[in-house]
Design a protein around this ligand. Structure first.
Ligand code: ZN
Ligand code: ZN
Length: 647
């Protein structure tokens, strides 16, 4: 059927073009019939007109002029043609592009390599790899750009073998690959095995000393998480340049090895290199991951040089928010010349996480007012703010309207915020209903959020249900098993307690000990429950005892109700006083001047007793204390916490 109709269409159009009833030139091609009479002399302005049409990107007129030039057997310069080809690419004009190619290969015109590379690029952009290869074969001279265009096209298409094969052909032809070639080829490494193979290939051809290649190798080993290999390549470099340093520092930060990244950064500075945007972004990410405010502040000083760099400013913003310094974040945000959706979202989420929900909501209004479209992450921040401020109505409104207003489908994170919000408000049934109605499958985080709500509202039955869902989805979650067994024990359901203990033993699950970190004098001090290795541990414990005595004299009673907590027996009363965050706080008060905020990072959720202790202590000592646990930030100030006692 299709063949017949195509042919009939062809016949229908035939007489018109044959009789020349259409425009003298078919819009789709020159009439190079051998029987045509010799062309009249070209109008004198033809080449100028052509150049002008190309410059103005007027494709139809340019094509018409080109066909006239073809008839008169005249040709323009390579730059003009390349403008035309770029115009074809921009318009997706495949047929026109092919005509340009035909034209520049006709009548003895010898197109320059530069122009042929532009055509090659065009075929790649049109996804016509066959045509690209045919053109490549026809090219009298192929330079590094020609080779790299094809190699990166293959790599992008996932034709990795072909990309590597072309690299070898290229080397055989004596064309030296450049950084783009290698970055394309290394991108073609679909797995670690292939990367190693290519690495040995590179050594064989003696390319391993090239700095671009080295950086690309380091980047790629880091991407696959093979930091030792990355480090080996790095160590082989005798004269390291900035690119190589950036690769290794970035590699460590990418793999959450913040400590090593910072160590490397120090070495780099000692070696006399000035960091650039890429270095600083990596170092900021490392300090963010470690919540190292002081290191981040030092980096900030270097960032001032690049104060208009958007990516760097966003990294700085994120660092200040995650390190709990809203002052720092605000000052960066207000000074940013350019802000994108990431800047706004980071600031909104940062305010919300640090307990400034109303400011977060105000900023969201300001963002919409500025004409910036919110994205998925922005809406997570907004709902998080609603949940912290207890704005149930607003939260439901945003959840229900985000698709309509901003075209964003609510995802797990959005539902998670809503479960949290309903849970805080004590609307546990509604939270369960929302989980049932979710368009995506709830995950362990969703159920853990519900579990927290049950804990606060002391609803054991629902807590058991939620905890069971958590361990179904995350069978290694020690905290939840312990919580579950504590609830059963409290209800004298000893069989279930035994069963849980048994399955924990079978799975080899033990709860990791609580650990808190505090930064004092640009050094990290770690406090681990039951570990007395800190050099000043006796002094710290003595000081902590004094604090506890003073707090008890103003009404502090250690909270020993563990039913809805995930503390193990041995972590209870006896050691309650030495929970890692208490030691870290005591050390902070001992060693930091009064005006400094005490910043603590903790690996586990803070327990109820430590929370009460810290609130009272913040009031008694008139200090600001911030504890960042895996889920949220607690800003303690003047007897209250930003989490509103819900976590
Ligand atoms: Zn505690
Ligand atoms: Zn709190």
């Amino acid at each position: 059927m299709r063949a017949v109709s195509a042919r009939s269409k062809c016949i229908a159009s035939f007489p018109l073009s044959r009789l020349g009833h259409s425009t003298p030139m078919s819009p789709h091609g020159p009439t190079t019939r051998p029987s045509s009479p010799p062309p009249p002399p070209p109008p004198p302005s033809l080449l100028d007109d052509f150049a002008e049409h190309c410059r103005r990107r007027d494709l139809p007129r340019a094509m018409k002029a080109m066909h006239a030039m073809q008839r008169h057997r005249i040709w323009a310069d390579a730059i003009t043609y390349s403008e035309l080809v770029k115009c074809c690419v921009a318009r997706g004009a495949v047929e026109e592009g092919k005509w340009v190619r035909k034209h520049v290969f006709s009548g003895g015109y010898q197109p320059k390599t530069f122009l042929l590379n532009v055509l090659l690029h065009m075929y790649v952009r049109f996804n016509l790899l066959g045509d690209a290869e045919a053109l490549f074969d026809e090219m009298p001279d192929r330079n590094v750009v020609s080779w790299t265009t094809l190699i990166s096209a293959y790599a992008n298409k996932g034709m990795n073998d072909r990309a590597l094969e072309f690299l070898i052909l290229m080397l055989r032809e004596g064309v030296r690959p450049n950084m783009y070639t290698y970055s394309s080829v290394l991108r073609a490494c679909a797995d670690l095995g292939m990367l190693r193979q290519l690495h040995s290939g590179i050594i064989k051809v003696g390319m391993e000393c090239d700095d671009f290649v080295r950086s690309a190798l380091i980047d790629n080993y880091s991407k696959w998480g093979e930091l030792q290999d990355a480090l080996d390549v790095f160590n082989e470099v005798v004269t390291k340049d900035l690119g190589v340093w950036n690769s290794i520092i970035g590699g460590f930060a990418q793999n959450s090895n913040g400590d090593e990244a910072l160590e490397m950064y120090k070495c780099m500075k000692r070696a006399g290199f000035a960091p650039d945007q890429a270095t600083l972004t990596s170092v900021l990410r490392a300090s963010t991951a470690l919540a190292l405010l002081e290191v981040g502040r030092q980096v900030h000083v270097h960032v001032l040089k690049f104060d208009r760099d958007l990516i760097l400013n966003n990294a700085l913003l994120d660092m200040y928010c995650k390190c709990g310094s809203l002052e720092g974040a605000n000052s960066v945000f207000s000074r940013m010349v350019e802000r994108d959706v990431i800047s706004w979202s980071t600031m909104i989420a940062g305010l919300a996480q640090n307990g400034c929900s109303l400011e977060a909501m105000r900023l969201f209004e300001q963002m919409k007012h500025s004409g910036m479209e919110p994205n998925y992450i922005t809406m997570v921040g907004v709902l998080f703010a609603c949940s912290h401020a207890g704005l149930v109505e607003d939260g439901l409104h945003y959840l229900q309207s985000m698709k309509r207003s901003f075209g964003i489908d609510p995802g797990r994170e959005h539902y998670g915020c809503m479960v949290d919000l309903l849970g805080r408000a004590g609307k546990l049934d509604e939270a369960v209903k929302l989980i049932d109605e979710m368009e995506c499958e709830p995950d362990a985080v969703t159920w853990r959020t519900l579990l927290s709500a049950c804990r606060v509202h002391r609803n054991s039955d629902l807590a058991i249900y939620a905890a069971k869902q958590v361990v179904k989805l995350d069978p290694d979650d020690a905290g939840t098993y312990i919580l579950l067994s504590n609830i059963y024990a409290n209800n004298q359901r000893w069989e279930e307690v035994t069963e849980i203990r048994r399955s924990m033993r079978v799975r080899g699950i033990t709860k990791e000990p609580g650990c808190s970190w505090i930064e004092v004098n640009k050094k990290i001090h770690a406090f681990i429950l039951g570990d007395d290795s800190h050099p000043q541990v006796d002094e710290i414990k003595r000081y902590l005892n004094q604090i506890v005595q003073r707090l008890m004299s103003i009404g502090y009673v250690p909270d020993t109700n563990f039913v809805l907590q995930d503390l193990e027996d041995e972590q209870r009363e006896a050691s309650l006083q030495y929970h890692s965050e208490k030691l870290a706080i005591a050390y902070g008060i001992m060693s930091l001047p009064r005006e400094k905020t005490i910043m603590i990072r903790k690996n586990l959720r803070i327990c109820g007793d430590c929370h009460t202790f810290t609130k009272l202590l913040a009031k008694m000592e008139q200090r600001i204390i911030v504890i960042r646990d895996p889920v949220r930030y607690h800003h303690f100030r003047d007897g209250a916490c930003s989490c509103g006692d819900f976590w």
